[in-house]
Design a protein around this ligand. Sequence first.
Ligand code: F6P
Length: 319
Amino acid sequence: VKKIAVLTSGGDSQGMNAAVRAVVRSGLYHGLEVFAVQRGYAGLINDDIREMDLRSVGDIIQRGGTILQTARCKEFLTPEGQQLGAENLRKRGIDGLVVIGGDGSYQGANKLNKLGIKTMGLPGTIDNDIPFTDFTIGFDTAVSIVVDAINKIRDTMSSHERSSVVEVMGRHCGDIALYSGLASGAETILVPEVPYDLDEIANRMSENFKMGKRHSIIIVAEGVGKGEDIAAEITKRNGIEPRVTVLGHIQRGGTPTHNDRILASNLGDFAVRKLLEGVSGKACGIIKGELTVTDIDLVVNSKKQFNMELYELAKRLSQ
Ligand code: F6P
């Protein structure tokens, strides 16, 4: 490859900018011409592509969001949209592409790879729902935001001896709930991967208050349902009225943690080096501290394994 492009797609995540910076600077370091596509696959179809230099990615490593912007693009789901996107790259002589995004973005990357564009995927999503990587770019920051919010909620809940339901993002994946729940000492963590019993939860909550607990925190992953509904079900069972906080999009913004910046820097550079080795059609990840590549085809057809050990640990420690 001589010319590569980079784009961000799907929901943004903190650390995407650090990944863009790494792809651009690593590409330039290795003598490539590097281009950026604005607004994800929508920009690929609309030919919104510009050449990047070292300065184009200055002062962005610490910023949330993505300077390349992002979109969820329906047109790119069609074969015509994919052909047009590939054509817009080809006419500039761009033969390599790094796609930073989640599951849907990988599907697009897979299609482009099949059309002859050498494509690499980087896992950029707060949800941590991509298989074949232990962590995705943005997850660490999102969890930190949730933990920080729960610290604050805890203060006021203890003062009033109240219980609280905190609804967190994650789409169909319970990882944000699991990791933030363990890190913040939540009494209950509800995730879509594990069945739960509201009677048991309501009873335990009443017992805990009787035993002198001063607050009770239930984290609800959005994949389970609405925090409001869970709170109403608890009130029905034990008469306690938990206060509900929906953290929403604050989980997706703000400055990335150093972990996300380092992960993004490593993966961005790794993707470029792999393209230079002639590798393509792969998703990059980190497994037990090692940078890895896996066929995108396999990644998009697999499901992330839920960490039951961590879930059981959180349960044991929350009594
Ligand atoms: O995939 C990231 C994510 O923030 C999910 O956690 C959430 O379900 C979804 O995106 C929200 O999407 P939107 O920003 O389009 O409302």
